[in-house]
Design a protein around this ligand. Structure first.
Ligand SMILES: [Zn+2]
Length: 492
């Protein structure tokens, strides 16, 4: 049962339409307590003495969860769209990314992260999984606090108002039988003991933060992120994943993003990355494989058997020429797929959602490829496709689940649905915005998923606290100004 509350501390948010139980409903209010938790979704006639906030001409949806981000890479936007070699690729892009990564001060990491998180908030994202691999100074020298840069990223998320899973990266080497790359010096922790010691220290420091609203553990928390089978040798990988199991921490890992990574893994271990992870018992329901593009048909049931998830990052994957995530196969096997904006070539999680579908349409010369039942996550999840009037847009519901429920499970965030007991994390869209005008309640989700303009996002609320109002973030001007200065300094 939801806790009882004094009515004056309870807020009733009243949009025209509210997305709950897999459908838009009118005449409903979202009732939240002072701690930012949803008490109930009630009919307007049931309201008593709650403080009412009317959101006219708005539809309210659960906040989106961005499960894979490298926030500092926001500085690269627009700087890599040219050819550097005979054939440009992920690997030539990576060299350009390293040249930026080696030049950022701790304050620059904060400013770049704040810019990325601000843009996420303006798009209706309320929680982020930050796959953070910058640990040391530019020369590879450890800072006095080995988590200085992780904390700068967490501070940026806190100042913007997003929840953050700090997925602290383990990175040991350039690759199997590969010479060390000096540009990776900021990432490297050669042994698992050093990595785990620094991870535990970060967990303690993050837990100890005092926050004015909500429980600290729901605002920022820590997970593990062995970078890839390329960057982490098997013994090291076993030790960090054992640690995650013992302490019930989420594990994220880049898996099979590029064919070269797969062939190097076969050369070193005699198995593909997914086969290696499965035969070593490293997959679990806490595990999210980021990308998982270049996989064999056998790999997909392996994820299903273990309960592992996949995080697709379609806008980055198309930008880097990575390939297409076989999301139809994952969904057929009940492997939940979540979404990330990854390199931030573009920050718009709904664009990632629609590209997940559109890439498959181009590949298969078909439409509505992902119109299959989405695996629901956890007990009490809504029936994903109970859309009114028998409308045929279950594709939109599948994709929106990827951007919300599945993302929340992947990074261990509260939220993902507007239901009693959940965090009051939501965004609203202007029903008169030209990009969605004319939609009926039955068409609205498809209009939002396939067509919403960023300008239609009006309010964003995290834990009951407004972060964006009337399409503007409170500290927007300062964040943009500081970021402009940083870009001038970095690129001239
Ligand atoms: Zn990544």
């Amino acid at each position: 049962m939801p806790p009882t509350e004094k009515s004056e501390s309870v807020i009733a948010w009243l949009p025209d339409l509210l997305y709950t139980g897999g459908r838009f409903e009118s005449g409903r209010a979202l009732i939240c307590n002072a701690a930012g938790q949803i008490l109930k979704v009630a009919g307007v006639a049931e309201l008593r003495g709650e403080k009412r906030i009317r959101l006219a001409k708005r539809a309210m949806l659960p906040g989106m969860v961005n499960a894979h981000s490298h926030a500092f890479q926001r500085v690269l936007r627009g700087r890599t769209e040219y050819r550097t070699a005979d054939k440009d690729s992920f690997w030539t892009w990576r060299e350009m990314m390293y040249s930026a990564a080696t030049r950022l001060t701790p304050e620059d990491v904060y400013d770049a992260s704040r810019m990325a998180f601000l843009e996420m908030a303006l798009h209706g994202i309320t929680a982020v999984g930050e796959f953070h691999y910058l640990h040391h100074g530019p020369d590879g020298e450890a800072y006095d606090d080995p988590n200085l840069l992780s904390k700068e990223v967490a501070r940026a998320a806190g100042d913007v108002g997003l929840r953050i899973a700090l997925l602290r990266v383990a990175y040991a080497r350039a690759g199997f039988q590969t010479e060390p790359n000096p540009k990776q010096a900021r990432f490297i922790e050669r042994d698992s003991q050093t990595y785990l010691r620094n991870l535990e220290r970060l967990i303690g420091d993050v837990r100890g933060r005092a926050l004015p609203h909500g429980r600290a553990s729901d605002t920022a928390w820590v997970g593990l992120a062995p970078h890839s089978v390329r960057a982490v040798p098997l013994d090291y990988l076993r030790e960090v994943i054992t640690h995650a199991r013992q302490h019930d921490l989420r594990v994220h890992m880049h898996v099979a993003e590029q064919p070269a990574e797969v062939s190097a893994c076969v050369e070193e271990h005699g198995r593909t990355p997914v086969a290696l992870l499965e035969t070593e018992g490293l997959l679990s329901e806490r595990f999210t494989a980021v990308h998982a593009i270049h996989v064999t048909p056998k790999a997909i049931p392996a994820f299903a058997r273990s309960g592992a998830m996949v995080c697709a990052c379609p806008t980055t994957e198309r930008n880097l020429g990575d390939g297409v995530v076989p999301a139809d196969e994952y969904l057929k096997h009940d492997v939940p797929v979540c979404l990330g904006t990854d390199s931030h070539a573009q920050i718009d999680l709904l664009e990632d959602a629609r590209e997940l579908e559109y890439h498959l349409r181009l590949q298969k010369l078909e439409r509505a490829v992902l119109s299959v039942r989405s695996p629901t996550v956890g007990k009490g999840s809504p029936p994903a496709h109970a859309l009114p009037n028998g409308r045929a847009s279950d594709t939109a519901a599948v994709l929106f689940d990827c951007a919300t429920i599945n993302g929340a499970r992947s990074i261990g965030a509260p939220g993902g649905t507007l239901e009693p007991g959940q965090a009051a994390d939501f965004f609203t869209v202007d029903l008169d915005d030209p990009s969605i005008a004319g939609a009926s309640p039955g068409d609205l989700l498809a209009s939002i998923v396939f067509s919403l303009s960023r300008a239609a996002v009006r309010e964003v609320v995290v834990g009951g606290r407004p972060v964006v109002s009337e399409g503007q973030h409170l500290i927007q001007e300062e964040v943009v100004e500081r970021f402009n200065e940083l870009q001038k300094r970095l690129w001239g």
